[in-house]
Design a protein around this ligand. Structure first.
Ligand code: NAD
Length: 496
């Protein structure tokens, strides 16, 4: 796609591209250079209403299309996503900052959700009993809700919309997407492919914008369900407002993920995995490890290795060869990260590596929003740095005498997105996985991202709702069950 300061993005409503009615526009920046790469409209309630009306019409016909036919455009979408993977990945890197390999990786995880949703003829089957009483049968059918919407964050523009979209439409709903206004170009490119995949008009719509568009979705009586991924305060707000308006809601929030390192872990491998978890995607993953808890003698060897990794990780433009980590999303975010590190030091932390004031060698990227890997040791468990989501390449280290103490530290937080353990002991790993309070658990893994055929199971302040994204949870979220009890007395027709 073309990119430039004058590239004005469009909404996709009722099967055609439309300019938003909005007067307000926002610049989309390349975080590696701070250059404007496009302008995104901040759509208003009337734009959302247009999209929802088109979706209501689209749904009316779509729900009667047999599920085996409904999945056919998804098969085509998978092929198109694969054909366009390189271009899409470049777009993600340009607007989001991550490396090209990371962009390709997230697209792959998105495509896997399209693949799973192609199995909808089996996934949305109901169940039944013949003869619940003599001559009476009872069935459960799954039916779509109608128009459903998703509101997505900046950090995975290629993957997160696909946590929802394929399941929503394969189950027979019409779907409206409001992507992050900070990374709208990837979605624009995705919808160019959706247009070619052959979904009927109104089945899939795109509305760009910010809070006004979100509020219009939350208040629209024809939107029956809302999926959200983003920060915890917004997740909490969206869950409250959507459910108060009678909608189903599944809202994934922020995170503060601990990882416990036992002395019997393979220290080289564990540190490599943990460094990728803490610093990969510039720490802007909801599954990034943010707090490393060393147990006993693991402390010294782990610190030595993580400090070495933090110093040597190659930071730069995500499109350049060999770069391992890109910038964070904005100047505001960089400042927030820096302030949190300052606070951590004020609260007694010891800066082992300070990556905040390292100018980029290449002058082309001096204005970019770069923060190099940063490591703070001895972070107090109740300090701001220990409790706040940083969403940047900052690893805090705490120390515990034994696994019990490590578990107490790991569980001492409101978030529950992920927890990991590094060990060669099956018994320790089992105790950890049973007792830790997190919905996604990794054993000798740093990013325990559930595959598309498992639910993305955040707990605590990382999730508001009942049914998670992906897999069977997605199918249940986007369908309502209908129970039919039927009697066909033989005397009413011929005898059988
Ligand atoms: P964000 O909460 O700022 O924005 C997410 C979406 O909400 C965007 O589409 C935005 O336009 C909208 N929004 C923002 N403020 C709003 C408001 N006041 N009212 C209504 N809508 C509003 O999140 P972000 O900065 O784009 O993304 C990063 C956050 O997302 C981090 O906290 C990260 O942990 C979280 N995240 C969570 C998961 C998960 O699976 N739990 C996955 C990815 C990201």
């Amino acid at each position: 796609m073309t990119m430039g300061p004058n590239e004005e993005l469009l909404n996709y409503i009722g099967g055609s591209w439309r300019r938003a009615g909005a007067d307000a526009w926002q610049d989309v920046l390349n975080p590696a250079t701070a250059e404007v790469v496009a302008k995104v409209p901040l759509s208003e309630a009337s734009d959302v209403d247009d999209a929802v009306r088109a979706a209501v019409d689209g749904h009316r016909a779509w729900r009667d299309v047999p599920v085996v036919e409904r999945v056919q455009p998804l098969y085509r979408l998978k092929a198109l996503l694969e054909e366009d993977l390189d271009d899409l990945a470049r777009t993600i890197t340009v607007e989001c900052g991550k490396t090209l390999a990371e962009s390709k990786g997230e697209l792959q995880r998105g495509i896997e959700n399209v693949e799973v949703a192609c199995g909808m003829p089996s996934l949305m089957q109901g169940w039944n009993n013949e003869d619940i009483a003599r001559g009476i049968d009872e069935h459960v059918f799954r039916q779509p809700l109608g128009v459903v919407a998703a509101i997505t964050p900046f950090n995975f523009p290629g993957m997160i919309p696909l946590w929802f979209l394929p399941y929503a439409v394969a189950t027979g709903n019409a779907f409206v997407l409001k992507p992050s206004e900070r990374v709208p170009m990837t979605t624009q490119a995705l919808f160019r492919l959706i247009e070619r995949a052959g979904f009927p008009p109104g089945v899939l719509s795109l509305v760009n914008g910010g809070k006004a568009a979100v509020d219009a979705i939350l208040d629209h009586p024809d939107v029956k369900a809302v999926s959200f991924v983003g920060s915890t305060p917004v997740a909490r707000y969206i869950y409250a407002r959507a459910t108060a308006n009678g909608k189903r809601a599944q809202c994934q929030g922020g995170a503060k993920n601990p990882a416990v390192i036992l002395p019997d872990a393979d220290m080289d491998l564990s540190t490599r995995i943990l460094a990728d978890s803490a610093f990969g995607c510039a720490g802007q993953r909801c599954l990034a490890t943010s707090v490393a808890i060393t147990v006993g003698d693991a402390d010294g060897p782990f610190k030595e290795r993580i400090v070495e990794d933090a110093h040597t990780r190659k930071v730069g433009y995500g499109l350049a060869d060999g770069v391992q980590m890109g910038p964070v999303i904005s100047a505001t975010s960089r400042q927030r990260i820096s302030d949190l590190v300052d606070q951590g030091v004020k609260d007694g932390g010891n800066l082992l590596v300070d990556g905040r004031e390292r100018p980029m060698e290449d002058a082309a990227f001096r204005n970019g929003f770069f923060v190099h890997p940063t490591v703070v040791d001895g972070v107090a468990p109740s300090s701001t740095l220990a409790e706040t989501e940083v969403f940047g390449p900052v690893l805090s280290i705490m120390h515990a005498r034994d696994l019990d103490e490590a578990l107490a530290l790991a569980n001492d937080r409101a978030f529950g997105n992920q927890a990991c353990i590094f060990t060669s002991s099956g018994a320790a790993a089992r105790a950890f996985r049973r007792r830790v309070r997190a919905g996604n658990v990794g054993v000798n893994l740093g990013v325990a991202a559930p595959m598309a055929f498992f639910p993305f199971s955040g707990w605590g302040d990382s999730f508001f709702g009942d049914l998670h994204a992906q897999s069977r949870h997605g199918v249940e979220f986007y369908t309502q069950t209908k129970v039919v009890i039927e009697r066909w007395p033989a005397t009413w027709s011929r005898q059988f």
